[in-house]
Unconditional design. Structure first.
Length: 189
């Protein structure tokens, strides 16, 4: 029971830090401004890890890998800790499987960030489209919504593209969960 409690705390802390790092990566990748309350928080909460990481991890094609790689490594470490706390013996191929499972878990977190941005855009469009968070959420959601908005016309001035995108993202999460499960089973056997 104590180990489950410890794993829950570690999952929360590692998930939060990884989420902040992924949000920083996505904001830089999408060229969103950091001059807003969320951007200021993301910078303040992740500078302690990203600035030292930049000394060893270079950027690639304009992407800030110093934000992405630590998020991935934290997820790998968390999965390794879960494997260590489990009663299953690890196989010789555990490390490569954990690294791949960490990639899958990082991608899952990114999908959850996109889902949150899309839900935020939808809610703010109904409640307060002039909210200070609207430009940030729109900037995060629009690249993912745009292809669906081209294909799906509005019905009675209601944009149904977020609904289709959310459904596809849920399917993607289901597939990623299955892939992570297969990778972890391969690490255990």
């Amino acid at each position: 029971m104590l180990s489950q409690l410890l794993l829950m705390v570690l999952d929360t802390v590692f998930g939060f830090v990884s989420g902040i790092l992924l949000l920083r990566f996505m904001m830089q990748w999408l060229r969103l401004p950091f001059r807003n309350p969320v951007g200021n928080f993301v910078l303040a909460a992740s500078d302690w890890l990203v600035k030292p990481a930049r000394r060893v991890i270079p950027g690639l094609w304009g992407m800030d890998l110093a934000s992405l790689v630590p998020a991935w490594l934290l997820q790998c470490l968390l999965l390794g800790l879960k494997l260590a706390f489990s009663l299953h013996p690890a196989s010789a191929s555990a490390l490569p499987m954990l690294l791949l499972a960490g990639m899958v878990e990082t991608l899952r977190l990114a999908v959850y960030l996109v889902i949150g941005a899309v839900l935020g855009v939808v809610v703010l469009s109904w409640v307060n489209s002039h909210s200070p968070l609207s430009p940030l959420l729109n900037g995060m959601a629009r690249p993912f919504l745009r292809p669906f908005q081209r294909l799906i016309p509005p019905v009675g001035n209601v944009d149904l593209s977020p609904l289709v995108l959310l459904l596809l993202l849920q399917i993607l999460l289901f597939l990623l969960d299955a892939l992570k499960g297969m990778l972890l089973m391969a690490a255990w056997t």
